[in-house]
Design a protein around this ligand. Structure first.
Ligand code: SAM
Ligand code: SF4
Ligand code: SF4
Length: 352
């Protein structure tokens, strides 16, 4: 079962009036992921292990975070460079107070697809306000339906049932199609994969399996922990027959497969075993306003300092263009056991 490559599809098209900003490999800037906080109410063992993110861990002070006005201003400038999609992330974005206010501000930007990734713990309470403010969709992370496995993975004893309630509420208020992200780590939750597929099959939600990645330096990543997507495809196909589906556009991160009985689709995000750097159009803004052009970057460019020292929008736009034009990132294409040890920024800081 190899996936056919559809050559007829193209980059997501930006407004033809917007000049294309391209990096050294011809990749346009299309997506912006914004981390609104480095804090989280979970301690997922693969992301914020308690041994590192313990009681005395120094998170960013409020004054170090970009304010909603600063984020809004940067989004407008990025929009001028042709971005089409903004994803709000973290840490856990819903622990940032009054997040719906920021969503309301960003929703004023015409033609921007506005989405959010959350662990779902606060979604039941927040879904309606987020929808009312103009959020289009949500992605909810859920690593297992087995309560004991899930509680052990989030390491704060948080139950599956509450995340499912959040998903239901998001569905009810129309934040859909909902995507469900499951990070698969061998020996930890890979036995939950087929159960997850069966549970969400026919629900209208799109379950995506993410290969465990060597983001940052604190999660003890080893290649042996990665379950290659090919293996997951076979395991699911053996019980719930699936077939490849065409990507929606070049640069789509998840490889799409659909159930042969027409009851929906699943996605596989194979950053480790099938790198997709050549189509990577994503920039990332950390909670304190540094711009990163790769999830595995070591250094960012401080945009907060520029803003706070009085730069105007043209100067901000020029700074962003300067970073993007020299971008040559392709970490996943060149990953080895040695690169995994390099100093890299943490996922909870830069956002997933
Ligand atoms: N707290 C929110 C959440 O969990 O959805 C948003 C931030 S979280 C960093 C974004 C996504 O990154 C989640 O789906 C999470 O499972 C995923 N993630 C975190 N660490 C990862 C790793 N080492 N490999 C693969 N995915 C990871
Ligand atoms: Fe928090 Fe999300 Fe990281 Fe889990 S994956 S610790 S929920 S930021
Ligand atoms: Fe993009 Fe970097 Fe991931 Fe490659 S490794 S897909 S360049 S974020």
């Amino acid at each position: 079962m190899t996936k056919p490559l559809n050559t007829a599809i193209a980059w997501k098209t930006a407004d033809p009036a917007t000049p294309t900003l391209a990096d050294t490999r011809g990749r346009p800037l299309r997506d912006l992921r914004i981390s609104v906080t480095d804090r989280c109410n979970f301690r997922c063992t693969y992301c914020m292990p308690k041994e590192v993110y313990g009681r005395d861990f120094q998170f960013l002070e409020r004054s170090q975070l970009l304010s909603f006005d600063e984020i809004h201003r940067l989004v407008k400038v990025f929009h001028g460079h042709g971005i089409e999609k903004v994803r709000i992330t973290g840490g856990e974005p819903l622990v940032r107070r009054q997040l719906e206010k920021l969503i309301g501000m960003l929703a004023q930007e015409p033609g921007l697809d506005l989405t959010l990734t959350t662990n779902g713990s606060l979604l039941k309470q927040k879904a309606q306000a987020l929808r009312d403010a103009g959020l289009n969709r949500v992605t909810v992370s859920l690593d297992s339906l087995d309560d004991a496995v899930f509680r052990a993975m989030n390491d704060v004893d948080f139950p599956v049932a509450k995340v499912l309630e959040g998903i239901e509420e998001a569905d009810r208020v129309g934040l859909k199609p909902i995507k469900i992200n499951m990070v698969v780590k061998r020996g930890m939750n890979d036995q939950s994969v087929v159960d997850m597929a069966r549970f969400f099959k026919g629900s209208g939600h799109i379950l995506r399996f993410i290969e465990f990645m060597d983001v940052g330096n604190t999660n003890g990543w080893k290649m042996g922990h990665v379950v290659p997507s090919r293996e997951l495809v076979s395991r699911i196909n053996a019980e719930l027959p699936i077939e490849p589906a065409d990507p929606n556009y070049v640069g789509e991160v998840a490889e799409r497969w659909r159930y042969k009985d027409g009851s929906g689709e699943v996605g596989f995000i194979s950053s480790v075993t099938q790198a997709f750097c050549k189509d990577c159009t994503r920039a990332r803004l950390s909670a304190e306003g540094s711009l990163y052009t790769c999830l595995f970057a070591t250094e960012g460019t401080d945009l907060r300092d520029l803003i706070r020292s009085g730069a105007n929008d043209d100067e901000l736009a020029a700074a962003i263009a300067k970073v993007w034009r020299v971008r040559s990132d392709r970490y996943s294409e060149i990953r080895t056991a040695d690169t995994a040890k390099l100093r890299k920024v943490e996922m909870s800081y830069i956002g997933g």
